[in-house]
Design a binder for this molecule. Structure first.
Ligand code: MG
Length: 427
């Protein structure tokens, strides 16, 4: 119990630059000057999340005691009756992170201290080296290694085909996860000259498999064994080929192989486990406990890559981390550039506090973003560092945010990747 109540819940939608649309929740309290911020960024459906917060959670939350995070989470979670799902969980996740921020500020402690204190000094972070050809990937990887990164995700374009995680190659996709090639205005989108860009491209599994295996073979030979290599399949392979792929890349000793299956096919992880020791990670599009718990309790994955706001925030994330610890699984919260720095600050609190931390995906924050979000966690020497301030240690410059609203209508951005015959491929 405290005497501090929720006075208002606001949604701030800001876009510091072309590629990043952020959704931030701000909870104001009855205590003058005391507020919290949380991340509810949804790359693909931001307006739905905004509506869920403003029209449903806001009236539910106003007047509630900010001290009772667990009770607020549980009551808000079931208040819709139909629960889970990426929209409602994301809305709740933004609220939850803001409440932890407030609790930390009231206690005068960073959130990692509320969670039990630092288990490590900083969070090992992985960088993304992708390119149109192997040489470009190697050059980028070497540059990251020179900056001090020990973990590098490598992706290369498959010549002539759409490839996840790579932009600029022939036939490359405008991928919703990466998205640097968006059409910037409705007028441009209507221009027939840009019609090619509306097509995400053709994906075929076997050319992808050969190019990815070629990349990993080259990178191991060129970079040796001092660096950890990661690779993301992005759920694009048919399940039997995915089993084969995991076996083929076993010899390269990846740190992890990510999203080998779509959530519909997670039972196939059992087949992979029986046949090879390639470390496996998944979780960024999970939002239901039934997707998460079976993989943990049967020890079918090695790294849990949940998107923290997408599952409902810090409150459920720390519980999943504890379950994962029990079964020898480590955390690797999803941390792409389409999550605001507020979300990354929340990840960092968990990274520092849980004993079974694995690695943190980290974006390269540009100057516009850092300016809009004072307190953005610093990535230095391959690690993400906390500034040690109370709460999440981060804020949003609302004036700057107001002058940089979301520019792109979300429906303009998400074409399907398809097989050569036109069959839709999981993204
Ligand atoms: Mg992924």
């Amino acid at each position: 119990m405290s005497n501090v109540k929720i006075r208002d819940v606001r949604v701030i939608m800001a876009q510091p630059d072309r590629s990043a649309q952020f959704t931030v929740v701000k909870i104001e309290t009855t205590e003058p000057g005391l507020y919290g911020v949380g991340d509810a960024s949804s790359r693909t459906r931001p307006l739905a999340v905004k509506t869920a917060i403003e029209e449903y959670l806001r009236p539910f939350l106003i007047g509630k005691d900010v001290a009772n995070i667990e009770d607020i989470w549980q009551s808000a979670y079931v208040s819709a009756y139909w629960r889970n799902g990426p929209i409602l969980n994301n809305a709740l996740g933004g609220v939850d992170e803001a409440l932890w921020d407030i609790k930390g500020k009231m206690a005068g402690m960073p959130v990692y201290d509320l969670l039990g204190g630092k288990a490590r000094e900083a969070a090992a972070t992985y960088a993304h080296a992708s390119g149109r050809d192997i040489k470009e990937v190697e050059d980028k990887a070497r540059a990251f290694m020179a900056e001090g990164f020990h973990h590098i995700r490598v992706q290369v374009a498959t010549p002539g085909f759409a490839t996840y995680g790579v932009s600029g190659g022939a036939g490359s996709a405008r991928d919703p996860q990466d998205g640097p090639k968006w059409i910037t205005t409705q007028a441009e989108a209507a221009d027939p000259q840009h019609a090619w860009a509306q097509k995400a491209g053709v994906f075929e599994p076997k050319p992808y498999m050969r190019s990815a295996i070629g990349l990993l073979e080259h990178m191991r030979g060129a970079l040796g064994w001092k660096v950890e290599l990661l690779h993301d399949v992005h759920e694009r392979l048919p399940a039997p080929l995915a089993v084969d792929f995991a076996k083929e890349v076993e010899k390269f000793k990846l740190f992890f192989l990510e999203d080998l299956f779509s959530p519909n096919d997670i039972e196939w992880f059992r087949r992979v486990r029986e046949q090879c020791a390639t470390p496996l990670s998944i979780g960024e599009i999970f939002n239901h406990p039934h997707e998460i718990v079976p993989l943990l309790k049967d020890r079918l994955i090695d790294y849990l890559r949940l998107r923290v706001a997408h599952i409902g925030g810090i409150t459920p994330a720390r519980k999943y981390a504890t379950v994962a610890e029990t079964f020898g699984v480590k955390t690797a919260w999803q941390g792409p550039g389409n999550i605001s720095p507020v979300g990354h600050a929340a990840h960092l609190m968990l990274d520092l506090a849980v004993s079974n931390f694995g690695v943190q995906e980290g974006p390269e924050f540009n100057n516009h973003t850092v300016e809009m979000f004072p307190g953005t966690p610093e990535v230095r020497d391959g690690y993400m560092w906390s500034n040690g301030r109370p709460g999440l240690g981060i804020d949003i410059d609302e004036k700057l945010a107001a002058s940089h609203p979301h520019k792109l209508h979300p429906t303009s951005a998400f074409d399907n990747v398809r097989r050569a015959d036109g069959t839709v491929v999981t993204p």
